[in-house]
Ligand binder design. Sequence first.
Ligand SMILES: Cc1cc2nc3c(=O)[nH]c(=O)nc-3n(C[C@H](O)[C@H](O)[C@H](O)COP(=O)(O)OP(=O)(O)OC[C@H]3O[C@@H](n4cnc5c(N)ncnc54)[C@H](O)[C@@H]3O)c2cc1C
Length: 394
Amino acid sequence: MSAPGLDCEVLVVGAGPAGSAVAAALAADGRDVLMVEARAHPRPKACAEYASPRIVEELRRLGLPEAGWQRDALPLAGMRVIRGRDAVDVRYRDAVGPRSAWGLDRLIFDTALAAHATASGARLVEHAAFDEPVWTDGRVSGAIVSTPEGATTIRSRWLVGADGARSRVANRLGVERPVIAPRRLGMVAHYEADPELADHGEMHVGPGWYVGLAPLAGGRLNVGMALPMEKVRRSAKEQFQAAIEGIPAVAARLAGRRRLTPITGASPIGHRVGRAAGPGWLLVGDAAGFIDPFTGEGIYRALRSARAAAESLARSDDDVEDRYLAARRHAFAAKDALTWLVQGMLVSPPLMGYALRRLASRPATALRLGSALGDCRPASDALSPFFLAQVLRP
Ligand SMILES: Cc1cc2nc3c(=O)[nH]c(=O)nc-3n(C[C@H](O)[C@H](O)[C@H](O)COP(=O)(O)OP(=O)(O)OC[C@H]3O[C@@H](n4cnc5c(N)ncnc54)[C@H](O)[C@@H]3O)c2cc1C
């Protein structure tokens, strides 16, 4: 069945932060945008809910009223990264001064952003899942979408895959690649808040895995973890509990505090693609690749890649693909290298411990690294040999 009423200029698959952001930007620019979302908002998303300071600028560009989203979010000074007795405070500063990270309730935040996209003029059809791309003369020209009424063909000039880390769009376009490392399980749940963690979070690092504690508004604490894939299968709840008990400082923080939500997540984290754009299609957010949440920038990255996509689509139809790929390289290449450097330390506990001890005694160096991780200064600043020598010299 085809649905001419749903035909559009830009078909966005997925109404998470990336999809809603690209839809809001394009619709505000007068483009005819349709979003299809497999579920319906408010929908849960496994996330540690600790967002980079720079989401503020991205949301401001989209015209999302600050008072609205910040009412349900908690400003946080940063994260204390702890491994055994070693600890360092990750803080953020840009040219203007200190910056806050944000504890974001994804149920509320994602719903608000999708509503903003529709208020900006995009159409949203929920319970509509992308199945297959439609091709015309070697170019994507729409998609087959499943709805409760059956499968329907939607024609579009552009297809934007914003369907997250299990992206079916990437898979069906043939650009999905196997994730080699890191292979971890991600799980999260909300607990009652710890009053000692009112203005910052904690990241407790085990050997190759970690547990994050991120405060949220409304007296809640997000307990999120990325664990090694096990050969022996235990239930998510058993693994979650074992991880808490495996780090005494985490067990102490959570002792006597009630878990308020079910444990969600538990699928392998990570997604890799060979290419993020092609004739008639672009991938944004996690659909275009996702490494691991340790450095906590997935939400920012979703918004930033949505901006790159919207800007590339805003000009002539020629060279959209090249413009977008170049914009992604400019925005993410150095940050990806920094993220891989941090991942390398994560799988080498002695190196991680050494770096944490050095950073703890060098606050200016720690601030520079934190600011680069929080996108408050160029990631390349934290990659220079001079900077790395500052971190690692005895
Ligand atoms: C355990 C864990 C912890 C994390 N912690 C953090 C953190 O603390 N901070 C941070 O910034 N990031 C974190 N992230 C990453 C962050 O959640 C993602 O980077 C972010 O959600 C990406 O947004 P997105 O819009 O690309 O994808 P998503 O938020 O996944 O949205 C994709 C949307 O597409 C829809 N969809 C899927 N398939 C289809 C289909 N076939 N058809 C139509 N719709 C479809 C989904 O229902 C969903 O609504 C974490 C991730 C994990 C797994």
